[in-house]
Design a protein around this ligand. Structure first.
Ligand SMILES: [Zn+2]
Ligand SMILES: [Zn+2]
Length: 265
């Protein structure tokens, strides 16, 4: 049976400093879910645990008090509305969530591709396309080597454009194409064994002309390795929701995903 688009486990509210959109509230997010047949939702505002030293200036404000300002998520008969976070991993491979605090969240999204945060996620000398491709491998490898509860962890936007942060636009595809199949196979085999989710991110899956195969390759390999997938609009404002279902359903078709390929939380 074909994968049904019925989950969105990566969504920001106005609490994320890169959103700040007053219309992006839990109620508005729930409305989107009901209009689009989404049965499992997770709010994942940007977060760095205040008990983990090393937050960047941008992350420091987005601590547990800040992201908990909404209180309980809205209740609904048709939609399960979970409360999670999107944390990060710095250049020392430290994850911004203390081990004992995973219990406080339903789901934790961790990106390895936020390479636009110079000095925080990467060293200024990591500025060639070769070093960015190496970092894709090294950072995913480091994350998958952590002792963390992978059954409630999602690996966010692995084909994110932020991987080229600071480099020109054409670097994006070049970086993706430099990552070797064998590295992807090794890492996705490990991810499948650990049981984490692999994200189909709306922006990654927008698939601009000329980028389709470069983006889809890693997800085809992940599927072959037995990884399970969840959807993430990564919405920062209600405008994103106009395209989520269409983009996700196209990605599901292109990757030929079935219900067995779905990550469940
Ligand atoms: Zn992100
Ligand atoms: Zn995000």
């Amino acid at each position: 049976m074909k994968y049904i688009f019925d989950n969105d486990l990566h969504i920001h509210s106005q609490l994320s400093l890169c959103s700040g959109n007053p219309e992006q509230t839990p109620e508005r997010i729930l409305q989107y879910a009901k209009e689009n047949g989404v049965k499992t939702l997770c709010l994942t505002d940007h977060f760095w645990d205040e008990t983990v030293p090393g937050a960047s200036g941008w992350y420091a404000k987005q601590n547990s008090t800040w992201i908990s300002a909404w209180g309980e998520m809205p209740k609904d008969d048709e939609v399960r509305f979970l409360f999670g976070v999107e944390t990060d991993m710095d250049k020392f491979m430290t994850v911004g969530m203390a081990k004992e605090n995973y219990d406080k969240y339903d789901f934790v999204v961790i990106p390895t591709t936020h390479l636009h945060m110079m000095d925080f996620t990467l060293n200024p000398e990591d500025n060639s396309i070769e070093s960015r491709a190496e970092l894709w491998v090294k950072r995913l490898d480091a994350l998958l080597s952590k002792d963390i509860p992978f059954h409630k962890i999602g690996i966010a936007h692995l084909a994110c454009r932020l991987i080229k942060g600071g480099l020109d636009d054409s670097a994006y595809v070049k970086i993706l194409d430099l990552i070797k199949d064998e590295d992807m196979e090794r890492l996705f085999t490990k991810a499948a064994k650990l049981g984490c989710g692999i994200e189909l991110n709306q922006s990654d899956m927008a698939l601009r002309v000329g980028e389709e195969e470069s983006v889809l390759r890693m997800f085809r390999i992940a599927k072959k390795c037995g990884c399970k997938f969840y959807c993430g609009s990564d919405a920062h404002s209600p405008g994103y929701f106009d395209n989520t279902k269409r983009i996700m359903e196209r990605a599901i078709d292109l990757l030929d995903l079935c219900e067995d390929d779905k990550f469940h939380i």
